[in-house]
Design a binder for this molecule. Structure first.
Ligand code: FES
Length: 181
């Protein structure tokens, strides 16, 4: 059975897919219970099969990071304020103009799922940081908003959205990598 491992000792917003036994790393990370309901098994995941993620244990304002097919992805449970902030932006002012509505699934606006590699040179941005409350990439200073859209810094495009579906109100299945960079 695949499992999710907490990591980054002083951060509680990241989870990592791991194979075999999972172990807590760091004090604060232990606050999060392990999630072992991911399917299918680790070997199948490693081969690139779709992966299901239970959203129930991600609190409002929280986010996790998973590794799938060797790439990191963010799964964020946005607060009402974060959703409103993302929706209120004048899309015409954006470097990579995308309305928030096209970056989430209809009826599931609180859930934002993005690739977690900065579109500049691939670093993994830090959640809940930066000038726009989304992510901040410390490598060269890119700021992303609560929709994962680039707002400031060198990154050329938004954090891409992978292919996924909701299989229930609290469960998603990631089925494919982003189709755009
Ligand atoms: S890799 Fe993120 S700003 Fe350069």
């Amino acid at each position: 059975m695949a499992s999710v491992q907490h990591a980054e000792g002083d951060r509680r917003d990241f989870l990592f897919l791991a194979t075999g036994a999972a172990a807590a790393v760091g004090g604060a990370a232990a606050i999060w219970p392990f999630i072992s309901q991911l399917a299918p098994d680790a070997g199948t995941i490693a081969a690139g099969a779709p992966v299901e993620i239970d959203l129930a244990s991600i609190p409002a304002g929280g986010q996790v990071k998973i590794l799938w097919r060797g790439k990191p992805y963010f799964v964020r449970n946005r607060t009402e304020a974060e959703i409103k902030s993302a929706q209120d932006v004048d899309v015409k002012t954006l470097r990579d103009p995308q309305p928030d509505a096209v970056r989430v699934k209809e009826g599931h606006a609180k859930w934002l799922i993005t690739a977690a590699n900065c579109t500049h040179l691939g670093c993994v941005p830090l959640g809940n940081q930066g000038d726009y409350g989304g992510w901040f990439c410390p490598c060269h200073g890119s700021h992303f908003d609560t929709s994962g859209r680039i707002r400031k810094g060198p990154a050329p495009t938004n954090l891409p959205i992978p292919q996924y579906t909701f299989v229930s109100e609290t469960r998603i299945r990631i089925t494919g990598a982003p189709t755009t960079a």
